[in-house]
Design a protein around this ligand. Structure first.
Ligand code: ATP
Ligand code: PRP
Length: 211
């Protein structure tokens, strides 16, 4: 391999669902690093390390070259549009939907207030429908916003629908299908071409096998 390779992942489901893929291409994090609070995890592969960052920070680490590759949800990438990144592969993990959700049988006003952490995606969705909207940026627990009268509806991720149901909300419209993507720094794609390509191809074979 040419030089060192750093892969950015986020704690939680992205890390959990990427670890089996990494194992499939022969990369295993150091078990002590994994179970502790380290943010840089060594691996069994010389020169390959993992950095664990916030999900929304993965594109930033990769576009600035602090990591060569990363795994990020399409929801996060849609919010980071314009950052210089290659997105060579849909890993088909962490699948869910970005949805408009609200109350059943309660039509939205002409200029609804929408609570979301997906400000850009929500704005683009309403703009494309030609609808006026007021976006309220939140950082989590979006489902609470309609209940307390902060918003008419939300734009959030939905998988089983349990979180919406538990809070008396229903899915109204699907905005996008979401899954985690492999992203690659542009300079690394050139300067570490062989190592990066070997990893991308390895992941691609595993994704194909899992289909
Ligand atoms: P943070 O904890 O840093 O605020 P986060 O809550 O977005 O970030 P996760 O919940 O681990 O972090 O989500 C990481 C990614 O997993 C999301 O960007 C999305 O692509 C996907 N994801 C989120 N929720 C679900 C879900 N319920 N089912 C499947 N995939 C999901
Ligand atoms: C995500 C998302 C929704 C929920 C949807 O939250 O923000 O709240 O999953 O999944 P469901 O349709 O299966 O209920 P997550 O579980 O990641 O918790 P978080 O708020 O900590 O991100």
């Amino acid at each position: 391999m040419t030089g060192e390779i750093t892969i950015a992942l986020s704690k939680g489901r992205i890390l959990e669902q990427t670890l089996p893929l990494l194992a499939g291409i022969g990369i295993e994090p150091d078990p002590d690093d994994l179970s502790g609070r380290k943010l840089i995890l060594g691996t069994n592969r010389a020169g390959v390390k993992l950095v664990v960052v916030r999900a929304t920070d993965v594109p930033t680490y990769v576009s600035y070259g602090a990591a060569d590759l990363g795994v990020a949800g399409k929801d996060v990438l849609m919010e980071h549009q314009g950052e210089p990144l290659y997105e060579p592969l849909d890993l088909n993990i962490a699948r869910c939907k970005l949805m408009l959700a609200g109350y059943a049988h309660r039509p939205l006003p002409t200029r609804p207030r929408i609570a979301t952490k997906y400000v850009n995606s929500a704005r683009a969705y309403f703009a494309q429908r030609g609808s006026q909207v007021e976006i309220i940026k939140l950082y989590g627990s979006m489902e609470l916003a309609p209940i307390v009268g902060l918003a008419d509806a939300i734009v959030d991720l939905v998988d089983t629908g349990n979180t919406l149901r538990a809070n008396g909300l229903v899915p109204l419209e699907e905005i996008a299908e979401i899954s985690a993507r492999l992203v690659v720094n542009r300079a690394a794609m050139k300067l570490k071409h062989d190592a990066v390509t070997a990893l991308v191809d390895g992941f691609a074979d595993l994704v194909e096998l899992a289909r």
